[in-house]
Design a protein around this ligand. Sequence first.
Ligand SMILES: NC(=O)c1ccc[n+]([C@@H]2O[C@H](COP(=O)([O-])OP(=O)(O)OC[C@H]3O[C@@H](n4cnc5c(N)ncnc54)[C@H](O)[C@@H]3O)[C@@H](O)[C@H]2O)c1
Length: 323
Amino acid sequence: MTGGAGFIGAALVGRLLGEGVEVTVVDDGSAAGWSRLEPLGGRLALHRLDVRDPGLPAVVDGAAPHVLFHLAAQVDVGRSVADPLQDASVNVLGTLAVLEAARHLTRPARVVLAASGGSWHGPEAALVRPTPETGARGPVSPYGLSKAAGVDYLDLYRHLHGLEGCALALANVYGPGQDGGGEAAVVRAFVEAVATGCDLLVHGDGEQTRDLVYVDDVVDAFWRAATAPAVAGGPARYNIGTGHETTVNELARLLLHRSGRHLGVRHGPARPGEVRHSSLDPTLAADRLGWRPVTTLDDGLAATLAWRLGGAGPAEADRAGRA
Ligand SMILES: NC(=O)c1ccc[n+]([C@@H]2O[C@H](COP(=O)([O-])OP(=O)(O)OC[C@H]3O[C@@H](n4cnc5c(N)ncnc54)[C@H](O)[C@@H]3O)[C@@H](O)[C@H]2O)c1
């Protein structure tokens, strides 16, 4: 797994180890180091390596994986606007390097890519929501474009080299363990504000909407994409979202209510490159992968708050949230 030290990656590593799977992680440690993986026991090998490093094929070959998960990415939309060359280098060339390593494996591996759902579609597709995979494409940031290019390369490799695999187009993922930037930074930023007693800062008018999907549900989608027979010869891309929209204002209200903290909400300038409305139709993933999001927003936010405020794991957090 590339990017296995990250927010979603570490949660997926935990699930795989729990399933008794042997995991090899490649990560350059640029986001948060290895801290998320330290508590995990099990058959886990770690390689501090950039996915663009010429040593990648040897590491992948040595691991001889059944499934190759590619999650490593430059995930900051704002940074992609400021430095599109760096963004493309990691997200386009890095993904291509992973696909090249996969196609030269002696025993073929299934490849599962983390793609971006929210930034795939443009304003036109957002007129039909929740948006299906077939909705018009139109990224509004270099990040959206570079992540979409990764899916295109995967699809090309499926046809050109017979590579088996698919991409999961993720909505805005949130949950315990999220402490970097990333696409769903709004939940992290609000939870951080609640934890430190600061006012919540909303970019723009707050009426922009997000499809917030809980990290454990996303991890379950990766597990199904790795194991479902339907992936072979199936669609290249599956939406992984709830199909529901939450405004940023509503999210702020929910978090303040759930935390019981009396904090204010301030509005700042809207951010460039941000999608105004998005929600993803998960019907295809339900039909082909048997995947459905099962965590309600209220339960997910309770678990996230409890993780940040009390250091509790999701199970304890869930109990705390229901108390
Ligand atoms: N979090 C979301 O809401 C969301 C939504 C859509 C798609 N995604 C995608 O899911 C994946 C994981 O996102 P995340 O939220 O866990 O982000 P994250 O930043 O927590 O994890 C990314 C990991 O990749 C590593 N990495 C970055 N550049 C690297 C490189 N050149 N070589 C090796 N490792 C490198 C980082 O150190 C980090 O551990 C990404 O591909 C992202 O684009 C995330």
